[in-house]
Design a protein around this ligand. Structure first.
Ligand SMILES: *Cc1c(COP(=O)(O)O)cnc(C)c1O
Length: 383
């Protein structure tokens, strides 16, 4: 099956009823009942398939896990209550007894997880330049990178990092939230685990917080054990919303990726726009990586630089249907100013080291008609 078809059908085997409903029920129950002691014992011991207590597992989570695993080309998947929970579980599963090596250019919540949570518990966390695989620190048990950075869309050579990580006895965990399996399946380039904030493109409708882990069976089982133990497993309705959103993943991504490329092309050379950052453009410094990993396409997120913060504020204030929201991956196009929101905790020097200027604006591109988006942007830039 093609990925678009997998998104529509994967996980259908997880229903409890026969005959089964076409749309899965929400198994909104905290616990499942048993007919006898033997079965209760067998399921509790994990010797028989079945469900007991919903923090440990339920059909809605399993259906979503199966669907994400299918899309990522993975042997197994696990669903988490959030992307952050998924990242924590994946890192704990992957690191063994080793330390953590984390890309310097990474989601702010992942930095907080390492610095404010794992480091105080005694897990050594080092940040490294993920564009230099040789920079992976010695002693690393797990390496965490993103396929595509926020907000400037710098790309990661996953195969080179996987090779170097494995040579050092470390496992590679890839956060594929921005690129999504529509553009790339990191496991096929040697990654050991893929993680998602399914809150974003996988669920796609800005209505649920959800995460996912995908990879080989043993590592995913270890990640699932962590999720269950620290209580970061999903509510049935959240998992249901995730699968409901995922069913349209293929058509949503196709439109959003095309829209983002059209906007990037339109804004390049536009009056008042100093630079456009998007992998679909010939001006992108890593076109070779975009060709190799993304089939030459770019993600559904782009950034561009306006003159200064005042110009960014003016641009945002003139937008009519594109609204300001600190997230991404929604069916609606949304805008964000990284310097005062997602990257606010960084100093001006750290921001400029990442290429973020006070005038940088990020768009998470939705599935509106391209002409409407271009007209909206022209209007906002004409201020
Ligand atoms: C949003 C996001 C996360 C965190 O996901 P939550 O679902 O909010 O916990 C992690 N990584 C990336 C790249 C994200 O964009």
């Amino acid at each position: 099956m093609q990925p678009d078809s997998k998104a529509v059908h994967a996980g259908e085997g997880g229903l409890l009823e026969t005959p089964s409903p076409l749309s899965p029920p929400i198994y909104q129950s905290s616990v499942f009942v048993f007919d006898d002691l033997a079965r209760a014992g067998g399921v509790t011991a994990g010797q028989e398939p079945g469900y007991s207590y919903a923090r440990i597992g339920h059909p809605n989570a399993d259906m979503f896990s199966a669907a994400v695993a299918a899309l990522e080309g993975a042997g197994a998947g696990a669903t988490a209550a959030s992307g952050t929970g998924a990242i924590l579980a994946a890192l704990l599963a992957a690191r063994g007894e080793g330390s953590l090596a984390i890309a310097r250019e990474i989601y702010g919540g992942s930095v907080a997880l390492a610095r404010n949570f794992l480091a105080p518990l005694g897990v050594t966390c080092a940040f490294f330049d993920s564009h230099d695989p040789q920079a992976i620190p010695e002693g690393a048990g797990a390496v965490l990178v993103e396929t595509c950075s926020n907000p400037l869309g710098r790309l990661t050579d996953v195969a080179a990092l996987a090779q170097e990580a494995h040579r050092r006895g470390a496992r590679l965990v890839v956060d594929n939230t921005f690129a999504t399996p529509y553009l790339v399946q990191p496991l096929s380039f040697g990654a050991d685990l893929v993680v998602h904030s399914a809150t974003k493109f996988l669920a796609g409708h800005g209505d649920v917080i959800l995460g996912a882990v995908a990879g080989g069976e043993a590592l995913v089982a270890a990640a699932q054990a962590s999720l269950t133990t620290f209580g970061a497993t999903p509510d049935p309705f959240a998992a249901w919303l995730g699968l409901r959103g995922l069913r349209t993943f293929g058509v949503r991504m196709e439109r959003a990726v095309q829209n983002a490329a059209a906007i990037a092309k339109h804004l390049e050379g536009h009056r008042g726009v100093r630079a456009v950052h998007h992998a679909s453009l010939d001006s992108h410094p890593q076109r070779d990586i975009a060709e190799r990993y993304f089939g030459g396409r770019g993600p559904a997120i782009l950034a561009f630089d306006l003159e200064d913060e005042a110009a960014a504020a003016e641009f945002v204030s003139r937008l009519r249907f594109i609204r300001y929201a600190p997230s991404l991956g929604d069916v609606a196009t949304i805008v964000l100013h990284p310097a005062t929101t997602s990257h606010r905790q960084l100093s001006a020097e750290e921001q400029s080291g990442l290429g973020i200027t006070p005038g940088t604006v990020r768009l998470s591109v939705g599935i509106e008609a391209a002409d409407d988006l271009l007209e909206e942007l022209d209007h906002a830039l004409a201020g």
